[in-house]
Design a protein around this ligand. Structure first.
Ligand code: ARG
Length: 461
């Protein structure tokens, strides 16, 4: 008979047990469940609700259960539904009726709300570490390739020359916002829900602040009904992980393009690629491709959870048991990506010549010419128009923009001066962009120093 068997006259049908169980996946909450229960019984004893000796025995019993689980000496059976009942039942087996005092003034509804928050708090901390390592790998790669120039793209068309490092640092910015979103989410989930009971709190004289303090929460939930029904923090985490995955997916797309024969801007280390079972010459950027693909499942996890919550009347509904698999899946997925991606980025080799050659097309410097005309006093729209006509004339007459004589340039731009003829090298184009946020080498160096200092291990963010 199940722990809740009092009002039932027959055992559960096996198919129903299989259908309703969650222990097969929520067993990963065991450590946090035990941590929460220990704080709970310590408070129960301090508040005179259970004897001090019982609380001590329960804490020792819980420690033993934790050991047993970690050493594989613990039997999981679906009749006991979830991890909470497994631990409680093992405690009662070990301590007899005194063990049953652990669940005084508590429901699985507030217990599971607590467990998920404790678990996610730890996972967020570890994911944040991973994001930081990822940023470091990007910054190191940027620092070691700070002289490499490539064409920057808009609409996937050559736009203007940029430093490759500037491109990488754009991703460091994205990851920084991801870390900020994780912080925000952690703040909102860092509230202690235990004491909310099933829905309405408890008649027993518990001390919620004591549990809050023991578990290191800065505050307690204010409304018991909200506390057992709320999964906003889980939605927020999946939203943050989805946006992070979107960033990884965009970087993947860049890397996949850069590795293609058409671009050949970078080569990935052999350890981070796979071959084809048929075509002997192939070396595929699979990590980038699979990471781009895994973004789809993280989005799916977010959609599952939002859809799960949208139709639920207050307060707890058993549907909420379905919150865990999408959460676990997204966390596992992101952690796997974080394990393989940073070393792939760190070991990527650049083909700087190929990048530079692609950036050498003088038409990429057409904007520099228009801006030179502005500098010499021409309104920008006029300068833009004149430069556009010059580009057209060059194309029609098969002329190289960088090799024009002043007379040729003056056919389209009568106001052109000698200084308009010397604008067409990618390195001078880049080096003129020394405004904050620009791709000028001095600016990019500053950014690299900024990030190196910010990401150094003794800096807390
Ligand atoms: N396994 C359940 C869950 O994950 C725990 C809470 C069950 N509460 C209940 N009243 N049946 O949500």
């Amino acid at each position: 008979m199940a722990l809740w068997g009092g009002r039932f006259s027959s055992d559960m049908n096996t198919k129903v047990a299989e259908f309703t169980e969650s222990v097969s996946f929520d067993k990963r909450l065991y450590k946090h469940d035990i941590e929460g229960s220990k704080a709970h019984v310590t408070m129960l004893a301090a508040s005179g609700i259970i004897p001090g000796k019982t609380a001590e025995d329960i804490c020792a019993g819980l420690d033993k259960i934790k050991n047993d689980i970690e050493n594989g000496n613990f039997e999981f059976k679906i009749e006991l539904e979830d991890i909470h009942m497994h631990i409680e039942s093992a405690l009662i087996d070990a301590l007899g009726p005194e063990g049953a005092r652990v669940h005084s003034a508590r429901s699985r509804n507030d217990q599971v709300a607590l467990d998920i928050r404790l678990y996610l708090r730890d996972e967020i901390d570890s994911i944040k570490e991973g994001v930081k390592e990822f940023q470091k790998a990007l910054v190191e790669q940027a620092a070691s390739s700070s002289d490499a120039i490539m064409p920057g793209f808009t609409h996937l068309q050559h736009a203007q020359p940029v430093l490759f490092a500037h491109h990488l640092l754009a991703y460091v910015e994205m990851l920084e916002r991801d870390a900020g979103r994780l912080d925000d989410c952690r703040k909102r989930l860092n509230v202690m829900p235990l004491g909310s009971g099933a829905i309405a709190g408890t008649t027993l004289p518990i001390d919620r602040e004591k549990v809050q303090e023991l578990l290191g929460f800065p505050e307690i939930t204010r409304n018991s009904m909200d506390a057992v029904a709320d999964r906003d923090f889980a939605c927020e985490l999946l939203a943050a992980l989805s946006i992070f995955s979107m960033h990884v997916s965009r970087l993947s797309e860049d890397i996949i393009l850069w590795c293609s024969q058409e671009f050949s801007f970078v080569e990935l280390d052999d350890a981070f690629c796979t071959g084809s079972s048929l075509m002997p010459q192939k070396k595929n950027p699979d990590i980038a491709e699979i990471s781009r693909g895994k973004t789809a499942r993280v989005y799916g996890d977010l959609m599952s959870l939002l859809t799960l919550c949208k139709g639920l009347p207050l307060t707890y509904n058993r549907d909420l048991q379905e919150d865990k698999e999408p959460l676990f899946d997204a966390i596992d997925t992101v952690k796997m990506v974080l394990a393989v991606y940073p070393p792939m980025v760190a070991t990527m080799k650049l083909n700087k010549d190929k990048m530079l050659r692609a950036a050498e097309d003088p038409f990429l410097m057409a904007t520099d010419l228009a801006e030179k005309l502005v500098e010499n006093g021409m309104p920008f729209r006029v300068a833009h128009h004149r430069t556009g006509s010059l580009v057209k004339w060059c194309r029609e007459n098969h002329k190289n923009l960088a090799a024009l004589s002043l007379d040729e340039m003056r056919i389209s731009i009568p106001e052109a001066e000698d200084d308009c003829l010397k604008l067409f090298s990618p390195s001078s184009s880049v080096s003129k962009r020394e405004i904050p946020g620009g791709t000028g080498p001095g600016q990019v160096k500053k950014q690299i120093s900024f990030w190196t200092a910010r990401l150094s291990d003794n800096k807390d963010r």
